[in-house]
Design a protein around this ligand. Sequence first.
Ligand code: PHE
Length: 454
Amino acid sequence: MDSSKVGFRTRIGGLLAAAGSAVGLGNIWRFPSETGEHGGAAFMIIYILFMLILGVPVMITELAIGRHGGKNVSHSFATMSGRKAWGWMGVVPVVGSIILLSYYSVVAGWTLEYLVEALTNQFAHTAADAYATAFNTFAADSISPIVCLTAMLLLTAAIVAFGVQRGIERAATIMMPVLFVCLLILVVCAVLLPGATAGLTFFLHPDFSCVTSGTILSAMGQAFFSLSLGVFVICTYGCYFRRDADLVKESLSVATIDTVVALMAGLIIFPTVFSIDGLRPDAGPGLVFITLPNVFQQVFALSPVVAYFFSLLFYFLLVVAALTSMISTLEAAAAIFIRKYKLRRPLVCLAIALICATLGALCSLSFGRWSGVLIGGMSIFDLFDFIVAKLIMPLSAFITCLFAGWVVDKKVLREEITCHGALRQRLYPIYRVIIRYVAPIGIALIFINELGLF
Ligand code: PHE
């Protein structure tokens, strides 16, 4: 079969691949630290509202655009609008995904290092006050973090090189259930800890007095990032979705899985952190790499075997979650070259992995040797995050909404979402209002505010 037309073999395979993209470090590393910094449950409620009002409609739109063309993002935008110039949108998944993958792989590399440390039981030999130094020394090193990120990228490339069905779909079908079982075991252990209630209260009891405009911005940013929207990763997977898939249902399912995983990560992290007197959950990104390994040892001090397995399972979970997201990001960049320019898949995957490893090395060095290199007041790592999460994601989500709401023929979009009338889609009128008015205005306001323009 023409490789530019190959898609997911089964409905569930497609769903798990999209959910695998959404579930990632964003859920287990970024969500708890953002929640911790922004006062717990209040942040979570605002985040869930953003998911429903903006995230799900944008996801439906990305999937619909992708599936309409069925080959690659560039072809989909051009076919759906009937205008060739829209094919330029194909630049977004290439540039956006490569920048994202470069800095994401740095954190993914840290998770790999921590998995190895957990496996070799090194946390047991670290003094309670030495975890921060251990992490900072490792992250600042000029070699080991770069080796780790390159290993994660090569592993990703090896999986994606096997293709949509045998690589991506198969990996998601194996890894997602494994991930869920790990989460479940960790949640049960965490909520049974003595002193867990304080953590649960913090996580589940909303205190709206902590809400500021910063909270609202972070919640929206987190919703887009967590659903993998705005760099056309989901649009690329849309190209592979079956013609009879209900895109509304799929989007709701992905958003539900993504939110449940984020909640479960919270249920693991907060009770564990609070079960040690004096520890607070607002440690920021260091939460997972500094606070937690320490906490695991202290909480299970009486039973080193449990401490060992708890740490091992936790970092294994992080590595798996990071991998499924990296797979989707690499595919989004690769698909343009493979399905539009007909280049060989393994070659394209390897080339992108090597480019990302080089850029990733620059990001990694910004934690050590190059920490003094600031561009616009930001380190290279922060700059990459800023370009993707604060510029490309909101901007391309904004353009996607305008495209679907105002450029595409009304009938074409409706037919795609209702599968040519086979599905009723009672919520369609609400979706249309969101895509035409609510989402573009909301995203624009937040975007302008974020850049400090008013
Ligand atoms: N959604 C992923 C996460 O939560 C991150 C991601 C964003 C992946 C955009 C691909 C594209 O970690």
